[in-house]
Structure formats: structure tokens, C-alpha cells
Write a protein that binds this ligand. Sequence first.
Ligand SMILES: NC(=O)c1ccc[n+]([C@@H]2O[C@H](COP(=O)([O-])OP(=O)(O)OC[C@H]3O[C@@H](n4cnc5c(N)ncnc54)[C@H](O)[C@@H]3O)[C@@H](O)[C@H]2O)c1
Length: 315
Amino acid sequence: MTGAVYVTGAAGFIGSHLVDRLLEQGRSVIGMDNLKLGRRSNLEKALAGPRFDFIEGDVNDVAAATERLRRHRFGPIGEVWHLAANSDIQAGAADPEIDLRDTFLTTHSTLRLMEALSIPALVFASTSAIYGELDVPLREDTGPLFPASRYGAMKLASEAAIAAATQMFVERAWIFRFPNVIGPRATHGAIFDFMAKLRKDPSRLEVLGDGKQDKPYLHVQELLDAMFLAREKSGGAINCFNVSGDSSTTVRYIAERVVASAAPGARILYGTADRGWIGDVPRFRYVTDKIRALGWRPKLSSNEAVDRTIGELAR
Ligand SMILES: NC(=O)c1ccc[n+]([C@@H]2O[C@H](COP(=O)([O-])OP(=O)(O)OC[C@H]3O[C@@H](n4cnc5c(N)ncnc54)[C@H](O)[C@@H]3O)[C@@H](O)[C@H]2O)c1
């Protein structure tokens, strides 16, 4: 890996941890975020050092970003880690423009920027949502794919746009299909939502759905370990990986653990639907042979990752 790194969605949950990790590795990093979901405070440590530059702006303003990066003091950009997206699936169900603009167009715009500046390598944050609701263990080559949310559809379209770009100007791309990623600084998700609800009313917790939703959770630091290892060890033009451990966690488990930590004794009220909202996929399992073959496996089970995150947030 050579040259400076450009990170979109840098002030968000995963993006800000990624920036910290890249800086620890000695890289120079330029982060971009419109602060719609992300927070400048997530980048406090990065901003205090000399090898980080933050651009507050919209990824879709390609002309402005190209201008800022063309003669940057950090030199030519060696690679882009594209994480900017609408991470709020429910907001995307309510407003059809959100995922088109922030989940798909940001990818198209990032590719245009890469073409303009001849940046050779791209790492992309994809998701289990591209698979939709398939009742089989999900392999990277499972298909055909019919996503259940606009968010999933726009991520799948992004993967397609990246694949096409590798036939033209992107030399190498890595697509990581994340599970549910958790840890400090999260901007959404069950742990985040439950904690916010209990801060408002510590006597009760209303859960969306019946609590039986059951999915793999991965701590953000273990996700980054997997991405850096695969970035290092896989050499094709287009490299696609499911990332998760073998185990999973129910929403019921999360609700009980958050209540025990944040508001002991609060009543937990479950809904009746098998899912939390339109576009929610109640359960999935990844086949992770590809990433495991590179030597990665998480140290924490899914439940342990949940417990660690709740502990980190309680501090
Ligand atoms: N957290 C998860 O469980 C999870 C799971 C699967 C995939 N992902 C993907 O990982 C990436 C990071 O997710 P996250 O959980 O850190 O979410 P996040 O919302 O914390 O981070 C996304 C960031 O992108 C920024 N952004 C959105 N649209 C933008 C635009 N047009 N211009 C500039 N900035 C923009 C937001 O302000 C936010 O800071 C996203 O692409 C998300 O889809 C996350």
C-alpha cells in the first residue's frame, strides 16, 4: 500500500475507527463526510495529528472533491476506502431519494473521482442486505439476488458499478459484505436504539419486532482486522468477501443485556411482527470460507461482541 488514503464517510462509526487505524499504521489520510450522520467529535484524535485532513462536504460534489485532492499536500492518493452511505435503512424506506443519493450515487461519484485522479485501488463497504431474504447459508456467489430494501438494492447496484469500473480504470477492488457491526461511536443499530430509548424512559423498553431476529454481530475492531488482512493477502482485480463469525445473537439477548447494564428492572415490551421494520431481514447466515482461508476468524463470539460493546458504551 502506497500513497495517501482517501476515506469517505470518515466521521461515521466505522469510518472514524478506520481513520484511527490507518493513522496508527503510519498512513496519511484525507477524510470526507457531510456530517449528516457522522460526527466531527469521532475524529477528535485524528484531527489532533499532522497526517489527517478532514473535508466537510458531499461525496457527490465530485468537482469540489477532485479540486481539493488534485494537489493535496499529502501527495497522490493511492487508494480509496468508500464507506459513505445512508446507514439508516428505515429512513430509506420512507424517502425514495435517500438511498439513491447517499448509497448509490456516492459510489458512482467516488468512481468518477478515481477516474479523474487515476487512483488505482478501492475498498468498498457492502452489506448482507444485498442478499435479501434467502433461506440458505449465503455464499459470495449465491444468486440471483433480490434485496428487500432500497438500501440493499443500492449497495448491490454499487457492487455492479465497481465491477464494471475494474474493467476500465480501477486496477483492484475489495468488496466486503459486512454483518451487523457494533462498537463505540455507532450511529444506529439495536444497541444504539435501545440505549437511546432507555435514556428517555428508564422504566420501559419497546422493541421493534418479536425479539427473535437472529443475526451475526461483529465488533468494529475485528471487522478492521479482517479487511486489512484481506486487503493485504488477496490479489485479484475484484475481491469479494463475506465477513462474520459463525455465531449469531437474538434481539432479545441484546434487549436483556442493554436493560441489565443501562436501566436494570426496566420492562421489555416486544412487538408481534417477526421483523422490526419494512426491509429488515430477520435472520441470515454467511458462509465465510473465503475470508477464513486467509487466516482470519474473530476472537469474540457474536454475543461476546455485544457484551463488549455494551461495556464500552457504559464507561
Ligand atoms: N454498521 C453496520 O452494521 C454496517 C453493516 C453493513 C454495511 N455497513 C456499511 O458500512 C459503511 C459505514 O457504516 P456506519 O455504520 O459507519 O454508518 P455511519 O452512518 O456511521 O457512517 C456513514 C457516514 O457517511 C456519511 N455520508 C452519508 N452520505 C454522505 C454523502 N453524500 N457525502 C458525504 N458523507 C456522507 C454520513 O454522514 C456518515 O458519517 C456504510 O457504507 C454502511 O452502509 C455498515
